[in-house]
Design a protein around this ligand. Structure first.
Ligand code: PGA
Length: 237
């Protein structure tokens, strides 16, 4: 794994945006694997800035997102579809038909998981996958467990994840307790992976997933088995 320590959050975002921009310029119809959360917001702002400056064209770009809360549809302002529209898609010339987020309202999450993995496969996999990391080491919503799950699947969110995400909701009891997330197959088939993390609170988990044992108790540790991962860490948020 390649490790870059950025001077601050803005620099972390710029480096990640550089890598994504290079991907889009080199392959205009590339498949981006996208993430939600507060960490990638600066990266998306930087991509929007470059689009507005006429330096990036998203017209042929396809995208797949990592996860979605179960029970929320795209009109809910806490859904990840809404997040993506507001933080990136509505501000660039991407065709929304080419953007994909798991359906949190699917009647059968198992079928939805299979549909999503088939979709990722039919796109030829992602060219570049952007990831954040949870304090418990989750990527997407793959929470610490006894095993790594390969398929896109339904998960119960950890208390730690619910606590962390409560800041986006009116109160903690409004945070959905379940989500649907890409599993390790869809994440690991990416040709290139960028993991971004910021703040002193993420330092310990970054060290642990990069240098500790590969274990489903630290889901991000599986990235040690991928051939092209860049970790960009900023000590401040
Ligand atoms: P954050 O979330 O970017 O809001 O810290 C990261 C994650 O939980 O994957």
């Amino acid at each position: 794994m390649k490790y870059i320590e950025a001077g601050n959050y803005e620099e972390m975002s710029r480096i990640a945006a550089d890598m994504i921009a290079e991907q889009i310029s080199g392959k205009p119809d590339c498949v981006l694997g996208l993430a939600t959360g507060s960490t990638p917001v600066g990266t998306y702002k930087e991509l929007i800035r470059r689009y507005e400056a006429g330096k990036l064209d998203f017209s042929k770009v396809r995208s797949v997102n990592l996860d979605e809360y179960i029970g929320l549809d795209g009109t809910n302002d806490q859904s990840y579809r809404y997040f993506m529209d507001h933080n990136l898609f509505d501000h660039v010339n991407i065709d929304k038909k080419n953007t994909n987020v798991p359906n949190g309202k699917a009647a059968d999450p198992v079928k939805e998981g299979a549909r999503y993995d088939e979709l990722v496969a039919s796109l030829g996999g992602t060219d570049i996958q952007i990831l954040g990391i949870g304090h418990d080491g989750h990527i997407g919503f793959n929470e610490p467990d006894d095993v790594f799950y390969a398929a896109t699947h339904e998960v119960e969110l950890d208390d730690m994840t619910i606590d962390a995400n409560a800041r986006f909701f009116e109160s903690r009891d409004k945070v959905p307790t379940k989500a649907i997330t890409m599993g390790m197959w869809a994440i690991m088939q990416a040709k290139k992976i960028i993991l971004i993390a910021s703040g002193p609170d993420k330092k310990e988990i970054v060290d642990k997933f990069m240098h500790g044992p590969v274990t489903p108790r630290v889901p991000a540790s599986i990235l040690q088995c991928h051939r092209d991962v860049t970790v960009i860490y900023s000590p401040n948020k």
